[in-house]
Write a protein that binds this ligand. Structure first.
Ligand code: NCD
Ligand code: ZN
Length: 353
């Protein structure tokens, strides 16, 4: 494993190969400019989720969205959005394959229908995807999975573990060459499954699932800004995720799942799921890795394992984090909307230069 070069790092300075974010929601319209820049100032590339309204299901829609993202960035920002196709019951294998072959699509995203925000068009049964998955396997196109069953009789805290058993394990057997990323894992069951699985199976881990457990949803009252999907789990699951992230196992890499919703949509009688972690994402991961005594493994997790899995080159540039008191604002003002960032009101101990 290649650690951050010790000579560039001191007690107070951390230089990392420029990282990538393998799972973001950049949104669209008035939010796009603000949230895209917050991601691009840290990350060289990001896997962009397709759950817009309507979802990104065609090559043309993904190409147009990519243009809007690039146009929203300030001049000179070096950032590559990696686009994904939103799988539906009726999506055509040819559309997926032509998008992949022309370099518009990097991967496909599987949302079980109604699992999360804007997933009403998601897949009702993976058996409907047989032809699409066969083609993806043939062309080497990764499948990114929101791993939760949505059957109402399954307890929300068990949905990931049940998905693994009922859907993911059989899918990996049926498609023995398909590359799969289990996104934003939240349980020790997921950690164990990914560790035991083949090399073509990997997982992303968010900054917030490394820091929050289900008690955090209820400290002193209901905490809508700690609510995301998959929902945060018991403390022992968080501990398993922390161990996996810090382990140096290349199957686990960075994906923030930053998912902004306007403040009033979070602080509501029916609050939206999603944590807006983009503003201080790399600092949050640094805080966690330092707590785990694993700062020397942050670079591989953030900047090496993801590109290796996707078969992409490592980034050339670097970012620098300095040990500095870094207070996180209570809110961030956009043009006509307010967002509450992850760590709002707290102070982090690293600051991105
Ligand atoms: C995401 C969103 O708001 O788009 N929300 C979330 O809690 N992560 C959807 C998702 O990735 O599940
Ligand atoms: Zn997501």
């Amino acid at each position: 494993m290649s650690n951050a070069t010790p000579s560039r790092n001191t007690e107070d300075t951390l230089v990392l190969r420029r990282p990538d974010d393998w799972h973001v929601h950049l949104r669209d319209g008035s939010m796009l400019e603000l949230v895209a820049d917050l991601t691009a100032r840290q990350f060289a590339r990001a896997i962009v989720m397709p759950n817009l309204t309507p979802p990104v299901t065609t090559v043309a829609a993904a190409a147009a969205y990519r243009e809007r993202i690039l146009a929203a960035l300030p001049p000179g920002r070096d950032f590559t959005p990696l686009m994904t196709a939103y799988l539906t019951d009726s999506i055509a294998a040819d559309e997926i394959a032509s998008g992949f072959e022309s370099g518009v699509f990097t991967a496909c995203k599987l949302y079980p229908a109604n699992a999360t925000t804007n997933s009403a068009h998601g897949v009702t049964d993976v058996r409907n995807l047989h032809g699409v998955l066969e083609r993806m396997q043939a062309i080497g196109m990764p499948l990114l999975v929101h791993g939760e069953v949505t059957t109402p009789e399954v307890d929300i805290f068990d949905r990931e573990a049940v998905f693994i058993e009922r859907v993911l394990a059989p899918l990996l057997e049926d498609f023995p060459g398909l590359k799969v990323v289990l996104e934003h894992i939240t349980t020790r069951d997921a950690v164990a499954f990914v560790e035991a699985g083949p090399d073509r199976l990997a997982a992303t881990i968010t900054a917030h699932h490394l820091r929050l457990d289900r008690n955090d949803l209820f400290v002193g009252g209901l905490r809508p800004h700690a609510y995301c999907l998959p929902v945060v789990k018991r403390r022992q699951h968080k501990e398993a995720l922390r161990a996996a992230a810090a382990s140096g196992n290349p199957k686990f890499f960075l994906g923030t799942d930053t998912a902004p919703h306007q403040r009033q949509d979070k602080e509501s009688a029916c609050g939206c799921a999603g944590i807006f972690s983009a503003p201080f994402a790399i600092e949050s991961y640094a805080e966690t890795f330092e707590e785990l005594g694993a700062l020397d493994r942050l670079e591989a997790f953030a900047s090496e394992f993801g590109p290796r899995f996707y078969g992409l080159p490592l980034n050339e540039g670097t970012i620098t984090l300095r040990r500095e008191h870094n207070p996180v604002p209570d809110s961030i003002q956009g043009d006509g909307f307010t967002l509450v960032p992850f760590h709002a009101g707290e102070s982090l101990s690293w600051r991105l230069d």
